[in-house]
Design a binder for this molecule. Structure first.
Ligand code: PRP
Ligand code: HPA
Ligand code: MG
Length: 179
């Protein structure tokens, strides 16, 4: 491990096993229905790719890009749409795929934004959640791992755009971000 990384919090093996479990639950929930997975760029790229491939039922996929973190380790609370969906989600079953719910501000904003477009159903799955950091209460159908309130990187998650390609989730040494 490089000197910038402090520890592995969730290993590749743990992620693979959890996504297989989540995929089975998603398959069961949406059996016989058309499901649209909405991945939240950029962080959810890895979860989306691996979760989708673990599903047995066919799905369609679309992406939204929003950003509230910039280069820091704290949410600004201001969510910006950088890219909207390509598809109309009215009357569709929609599952938002996220890498992490931290303050919950991104998801809370997304749920109200997508909810106003009239989907047949709207649910959320996330690989990680920080219960101690929640600023808003959100109903999340599937959560992979509840983790401590520490800044994490890897498996899609970045610090100033770095570390997204790590195959595991790890904590960053505080000296890297001045913590
Ligand atoms: O619960 P919250 O406190 O709102 O944080 C969660 C959001 O923050 C991250 O995205 P970010 O804005 O960093 O964009 P990125 O995915 O492109 O890194 C992450 O991917 C979630 O979408
Ligand atoms: O802990 C985190 N790490 C990286 N990106 C994030 N976005 C919200 N929380 C985090
Ligand atoms: Mg980020």
């Amino acid at each position: 491990m490089g000197t910038e990384l402090e520890s592995v919090l969730v290993s590749k093996e743990q992620i693979d096993a959890k996504l297989a479990e989540m995929a089975a639950a998603v398959d069961a929930e949406y059996a016989g229905k058309d499901l649209l997975l909405v991945g939240v760029l950029k962080g959810a790229v890895m979860v989306m790719a691996d979760l989708a491939r673990a599903l047995s039922n066919p799905v369609t996929m679309d992406w939204m890009a929003v950003s509230s973190y910039g280069a820091g380790t704290q949410s600004s609370g201001v969510v910006r749409i950088l890219k909207d969906l390509d598809t109309d989600i009215q009357d569709k079953h929609v599952l938002i795929v996220e890498d992490i719910i931290d303050s919950g501000l991104t998801l809370s904003w997304l749920l109200s934004n997508l909810g106003s477009r009239g989907p047949a159903s709207l649910n959320v799955c996330t690989l990680l959640r920080k219960p101690d950091a929640a600023k808003v209460d959100i109903d999340v159908k599937w959560v992979g791992f509840d983790i401590p309130n520490e800044f994490v990187v890897g498996y899609g998650l970045d610090y100033a755009e770095k570390y997204r390609n790590l195959p595991f989730v790890g904590t960053l040494a505080p000296h890297v971000y001045g913590g």
